[in-house]
Design a protein around this ligand. Structure first.
Ligand SMILES: [Zn+2]
Length: 248
């Protein structure tokens, strides 16, 4: 029963469409606003330090991390990691030979709107962690089950269906459900951090067009999490349909 065609039509194609659209949107929005000067007269690292200190988070460390949009806050180490892409695009004019010649030292370039938005978002996570944000706490408790679920649960379901072991498939379904739940609990955490980020950048003088740009960057990033949650839910519903179809 089932077969591959309904899986492709009901799960794979819609998932690829929605996650692909979200990924394209975040890339294009980020590219647009990483070319616009925020007008904030700080480097990426100094901006992160300033925001953290303003929130009373002076003990949170800042470290560089390689990659593009790999910026994150690590709640266990209390470390905010700024990607080289964000730190690099913060230096608008880094490739400008005139500014090069003037000898702007590394890290003293201008901060782009996109870089400011991303850094403020991560500071938002650090503030959530400090305040014991409810959704962040819920998310942390689901992590083990969700990691187990996203890795092994599909195999439990497939094995359960293959060997006609309904209960095994059901256990797989429950663990996969935990992984899906994780993607949904992530949404209020991410949207909460972005709400804080907008308040931070506004209070530091980002206004008008630039404020709209920061909001666009944060909104585009939020859609990638919504897309991931929808794709996970679709997969779950498909598995549910398969398992329940075998109940007899
Ligand atoms: Zn986030």
């Amino acid at each position: 029963m089932g077969g591959f065609l309904p899986y492709i039509l009901l799960v794979m194609l819609p998932s690829i469409a929605v996650t692909g659209w979200a990924a394209w949107r975040v890339r294009s929005t980020y590219a647009r606003w990483s070319a616009v000067d925020s007008g904030i007269n700080l480097s990426a690292f100094d901006f992160a330090r300033r925001l953290l200190d303003r929130q009373g988070l002076s003990d949170v460390q800042i470290e560089p991390v390689p990659g593009n949009l790999t910026d994150h806050y690590d709640p266990r180490g209390k470390v905010l990691r700024v990607s080289s892409a964000v730190a690099g695009t913060a230096q608008i004019g880094a490739y400008d030979p005139v500014r090069r010649a003037v000898g702007f030292p590394d890290g003293s370039g201008r901060l782009s709107v996109a870089a400011a938005a991303v850094i403020a978002h991560e500071v938002g996570h650090a503030a959530q962690d400090r305040e014991g944000d409810r959704w962040m706490a819920v998310r942390q408790t689901i992590v083990p089950a969700a990691q187990f679920g996203s890795g092994i649960a599909p195999w439990l379901i497939i094995a359960g269906l293959w060997f006609n072991m309904f209960n095994l498939a059901l256990v797989g379904l429950v663990f996969f459900g935990a992984a899906v739940l994780f993607t949904f609990v992530t949404l209020p955490v991410e949207i909460g951090a972005s709400g804080r980020a907008l308040a931070y950048v506004s209070s530091l003088g980002l206004s008008g067009e630039r404020q709209v740009g920061a909001r666009d960057v944060l909104k585009a990033a939020a859609w990638t999490y919504v897309a991931a949650a929808l794709a996970a839910l679709l997969t779950f519903l498909y598995y549910l349909m398969l398992v329940m179809g075998r109940r007899d």
